[in-house]
Design a protein. Sequence first.
Length: 285
Amino acid sequence: MKFDKIKSIGYLTMFWISIALLSSCMSEQSDKIVATVFNKTLRFSDIKHIFPKEATKDDSATLAKMYIDKWIETQLLLNKAELNLTKEQLDISKEMETYRTSLLIYKYEDLMLHEKLDTVVFGEEIRQYYDNYSANFIMDEYAVQALLLRLSVNAPNLGNVKRWSASSKEEDMRNLTEYCAAHAVVFENFNDEWVMWQDVAKKLPQQAEYGKIPVNNRLEIQDGQTLYLLHIKERKSPGDIAPQALVVEKIKNIILNKRKVSFITNLEQKIYNDALSKNQFKIYF
């Protein structure tokens, strides 16, 4: 909703608003009126909080224009509502009391949660929850345990490197680690941790079928003078149950949310029981 009058008011105030922003302080005597709608008045003191300290004069003028336009629109709509709603419709005291009640209870319960709730989730709790509900955690994309090398095409003993990278023997991995320390541009070994495939694919050149996961779990790509070697040890596909390591944060949040619900339920019950024992309320029926 835009009005020509709103636009003209906004533009007329831009000059003095920009000048006022140059002042280090704003006295009551200089608290100018920015806009009026019927009997409602908007002053500079009502809008000065919207200006960031680092804002330029042009940015501040733009922010002021937007705020003033919105304020005028709101007052015009409010006026229409007050003129057209019935007396009963204008009476919002019940709604306000309900909102106040809900807001105060929420603030109190939130305060108690911050002060009293145990937010430490131990590994055993996570493992137990995962064991009981692992079927609820289904992959929607690929995840891998893998090894990624980036070498010069002129690096020595590439045949051994390819063999070591595909091996699960400790000796071969030790040989590979020592070799890469001397010759590899990149050596990323996440054979024992799960990572999302797309995060790995971003490190490959574009000709790797734009990130498509290799069917045979191996990938060898030459990009100019650089050789990429990828060996996937394990993979999880969309539809598989997610490994525990990938859902630890989700499980923590679930456990904490369950604690919150239990805490609030117990808090409400305790308050009720305390009041009951002290005869602080009566029920008539």
